[in-house]
Design a protein. Sequence first.
Lengths: 183, 345
Amino acid sequence: MSQQSTTRTLRVNGEPQQVAFAVHHSLLEVLREELGLTGTKHGCELGECGTCTVLIDGKPVLSCLELAAECEGRSIETVEGMMQGNQLHPLQSCFADLGAAQCGYCTPGILLAAQALLAENDSPTRDQIVEALSGNLCRCTGYHKILEAIEWAAARLRGDDQYQPPNSAIYGDPVPGKQAKDV
Amino acid sequence: MLRLPAFTFHQPETIEEAVALLATDPAHTRVVAGGTDLFPNMKRRHQGAESVVSLRGIDALHGITESKDGSVIIGATTTLDAITRDEQIQQKYPSLVTAVASISSPVLRNAGTIGGNLCLDTRCTYYNQNEEWRRSIDYCMKEQGDICWVAPSSPRCWAVSSGDSVPMLCALGAEITLVSSEGERTLPLAELFRDDGIDYLSKRPDEILTTIRIPSPSGARTGFWKLRRRGSIDFGVLSVAVSGWCNGNTTDRIEIWLGSVGSTPVRCTASIAALIGKPLDDETIAAAAALARKSAGANPLGNTDFVPQWRGKMIEKYVEAVLREVAGLPRQRMVPRHGSEKWPS
């Protein structure tokens, strides 16, 4: 079957760009292959893993299941748009400082899902963070550091400079098998 | 990359345009709204289409409105996330919010729609696999092959209907409207489904599901529980929806529906008959729950997660638990469940 192609204007990270692509291509394919924005990862591509999460009109959705042709006129944000100039987004720096990224493949999706959560709720509880991230799989970290990094970033975004992540988050649990105490 | 097969793509802005596009070649055209069911299926080459019609640009299909008689009308392309956030729905049909909020994961609920959840393709371990996997078993009856691998001597396909909003909307007595180029028809939601894994909808290919009307709850007490392996992403292997109307101590009317136990949502007719005119207490609930397991169509087979025998047992436990919740009785035993509420204490 011959391919139907189209040219659309997509607004990615605030910048309108005219892109030509085959009409059956997903937003993920267009972001990575036409626009060179490879920060958005491809994982299962079936809507199960969440690593291709981007924000469309502020909502986290899976770019692997979204046709690029349907994204015209909507605001698309990818992980590349999180930094302001040379300044990392607080989520990014907290992830880096706490080691919340290990292999890093799930990180772009998780950062964006967390950004959407924090835009809605500046002091989410642990359960609310877990719920918001429940569509994003991470196979390395065991999630604890991710949750701690998001709590820390939330505090920094609220302007709460007093907040310190628990020592166990930074140094690990001092005695394996025992309750970690903040010492 | 797992890519979609090539198709021509249409973005109509009105229902009339959409049904006209669909009428030209209904057998090779598919409609898409959120894309969370169709696109994975097309990527794995389960479902094919020469042309795809997107309903997303049709404003008339979005949104939630209340009509004068107290019923609520939901447009078919309203996202699942929008339904869980709608104050009217939260107030009138809290269990529908529980059911919809349990569907897949938050990122999918931001794209997936209620119409898509109702028309969700039936699922099976031998079908929801990639092309190479399916080719290695010479496919199955639902697609190209001749045999049902779950029940090899069976003349029919046993793929499972797993839309979680389906049993809840059936219990609430929802009606749907289907529109085609020949006109529109309204039917009870329960009549949308057929007990066949392949031909699972009574909707014709040239019809579009446009609205879902839920009658006023008028004092119904409702409950919804769902069983699955993880608290997110996974499809359910059992969902139980109850809506009951009680007059003082006795039950005037009650609807008990099961999802993900067969190719169609199952109404527990024997359990319902056993409860009408009786109070909802420990004994009547236990008796109704035992009958629920034997409901016609509730037939867990080895084509989803978990052992079928255990899933059969869980029908009884879950129906009992939901009925107890509806009756306001304390929980009796620990039953794994997922949802906004954590483990029962």
